[in-house]
Design a protein around this ligand. Structure first.
Ligand SMILES: [Zn+2]
Length: 298
């Protein structure tokens, strides 16, 4: 079976054809348009004209209704997206079974499917320009009642802290993101560093970059510890752009966790970095759609 997998983010839309083993081909990349609804339909039509697929899986930023596949709430970087009935829109226009879920849930499911299928419970925390998350339990993504499961980015970790774009103060996303690492480095070094330079400087031990990353890993460790104590998962996978900081970053996170986990049964070794990287979301969305098609529940 083949499915079209689509990953919709604030800046880019990624597509690929995915088979039932989670192997992907025909990857394409589009800058996200302001007219996302029309753009998505056009992309889907093009892909369907070129490839024969039996299902379409879409992972998108925002809170997605687990039953209807509507966007219940979109982040401010996806304009005109709140309220769009994505699943119905695509299904009715194409006649192809479509499944829609949150992009981080899709990534967690893709990561589980490709790399950790033995895990009963897997939690993924995505640290990119923001902070997202996904939970997979007994082979299914946990979508929750309202599409708000694993929204770790908006859990308050510092009461009365920095204002968040969601209207609250002290949300985890304001303390844990690649964006924050970049701005901490810029403030301390007096100049901006691009992504490649920042990674290179971190890996070569630049103390300014190291300090910025360790500020973020300190707060990330608090979230990871809370996740272990909430769900007792087999493992927590850290994904997103932060993975480019590699083993050194993982070690720094594990060092923080080794302190927090002293009074717990999990260990810092139970935190790992994503292996599927940027493809996890496309694969997860497509495989999720194929699973629905195969079981006839869609
Ligand atoms: Zn928030």
């Amino acid at each position: 079976m083949l499915a079209l997998g689509i990953d919709i983010g604030g800046t880019m839309i990624k597509t690929a054809i995915v088979d039932s083993n989670g192997t992907l081909s025909e990857k394409r990349l589009f800058p996200t348009s302001i007219d996302l609804k029309d753009q998505l339909l056009e992309i889907v039509r093009e892909e369907l004209a070129a490839h024969k697929v039996e299902a379409i899986g879409i992972g998108t930023a925002g809170r997605i209704d687990p039953v209807t596949g509507n966007v219940n709430l979109a982040t401010s970087n996806l304009a005109n997206w709140t309220g769009v009935p994505v699943k119905t829109l695509i299904q009715e226009n194409t006649g192809v079974v479509t499944a829609v879920l949150n992009d981080s849930s899709a990534a967690a499911f893709g990561e589980w499917f490709c790399n950790y299928r033995r895990a009963e419970t897997l939690v993924m925390i995505t640290v990119g320009s923001g902070l997202g998350g996904g939970i997979v339990i007994n082979g299914s993504p946990l979508l929750g009642k309202r599409g708000e499961a694993a929204e770790f980015g908006h859990i308050i970790i510092h009461r009365g802290g920095k204002p968040c774009n969601c209207g609250k103060e002290g949300c985890a996303e304001q303390y844990i993101s690649m964006r924050l690492i970049h701005s901490l480095v810029a403030a301390a070094a007096g100049q901006e560093m691009d992504r490649a330079t920042l990674i290179e400087q971190y890996l070569s031990g630049n103390p300014v970059v190291e300090e910025a990353v360790s500020t973020v890993t300190g707060d990330l460790a608090i979230v990871v510890d809370s996740v272990f104590l909430s769900l007792d998962p087999d493992l927590v996978v850290v994904g997103g752009g932060v993975c480019e900081l590699g083993k050194r970053f993982l070690n720094s996170l594990r060092e923080e966790l080794s302190v927090l986990s002293r009074s717990s049964l999990y260990t810092e070794e139970d935190v790992v970095l994503s292996l599927s990287g940027n493809d996890a979301g496309i694969i997860g969305a497509a495989v999720y759609a194929m699973a629905g098609e195969a079981s006839g529940h869609e």
